[in-house]
Each structure stands twice: as structure tokens, then as C-alpha cells.
Design a protein. Sequence first.
Length: 234
Amino acid sequence: MLEIQHLAAGYGRIDVLRDVSLAVPNGAIVGLLGPNGAGKSTLIRSVSGLTHVRSGEILFEGKPIQGLAPEDIVDLGIIQVPQGRMLFPDLSIEDNLQLGAYRKSARGAFQKTLRQVEAHFPILRERRQQRAGVLSGGEQQMLAIGRALVAQPRLLMLDEPSLGLAPLIIESIFNVLRQVNADGLTILVAEQNAMKVLQTADTVYVLENGRIAHAGPSRQLAENETIQRSYLGI
């Protein structure tokens, strides 16, 4: 579904990503693992059209999308859950979810997708009229993911969804990701939580200093001594 070929991208004159290639097959969960500053967010932002691509290609279903405006990339069904959630704190949970139905195809289906999101995250239904700003960090992350799901994504990209959250909340969020993937949604998830990525993803790419350092099936990488030592503390 998504192919990145020899990507170089960054900010100003500085390349954060150098010669990065990866693939996200249709229906898969692909993990992007790496330390802080490795380039994970830059890669996701490049796919979303938010970072300047200096060279290489980003293909969605075989068609290049680098250079498209972010709103046109959203219209293709590529939806991002950004690091930091980027909610509207003074608006209600329901209003934040309503704003997720940006795509024309999602507007008419909002009530249906709203029920689906609230089935995944019942706390959002219970507190639907509360302001997003009063939610806990875990509840805000649920809302950010729910807002993305309301957009009816074809490719869902998540940037550090577990950052700063308690283990039980992390487990709940990744259970939802497994459920929506089982329903056919393709997912790219960037994380520092190596154990959770290796447990969840089909394939994992490890970014170090802006380059792919390791790649392969998650079970294979979980047995790699370098990965165990550097990311799992074994």
C-alpha cells in the first residue's frame, strides 16, 4: 500500500532521513522503532506532506504523493495521529471527533463511525460533552486515535502513541489497534516502546541516525542480539 524509496527529508538544510526505504503492505501492521531523534516523526510527517522531501519517492498504491498538499494526502485516506495528540482542548470530546470527519466520505458516516469509536473507547461516550482539555493523558490519546478513526482511514499512522502513558492504558490502546487491523485497517506505528512494537507489528524497521539499521519480521528481530541488547535491555 505504502512504499518509501530512498527517501531523504528534513528541515532547512539539514537532512534528518537519509536513503530510507520501507514498505507497508495492505492490511499489515508495520512498526517503526528507534531512539528519540532517530527520524521516526520526520518519516511520518514526510508521508503526511508536512516535511520537505529532498529526494526519493513516497508511493501510495503505486502513485507518488510527495509534493501533494497535506489536505490532498488526507483525502487519499492517509490519516496521522500526531505525537502530542494536537487536540482542541476547549472543545468537547464530540466536537473533536466531529472534526475528524474531514474527508467527504467520512462526513455522512459520522454517526456510524462515532458508535464504532465509542465501542472501542467507552470512556469517550461516557464523557462525550466534556472538554478535551480536562481529560487525562491516556483519555486524550484515546480521543486522538478516535478522531483519526472517524476519518475512515485507509492507512493509519501513529507517532509515539504510548508516550507518557501508564502500562494498562498502553495495553488498551494497542488492543484497539489490533482490533481495527483485524477489521482490515493498515497501520504504521512509530514507537520507542520496543517490546510493544515487537509484540504487535508484523514487520519492524529500526531507524538509527536517520537510516534503516535493521528490518525484518518482528519475531526475527525480537531474537536479534543487537535488538535485545539495545532496545529490550536483555
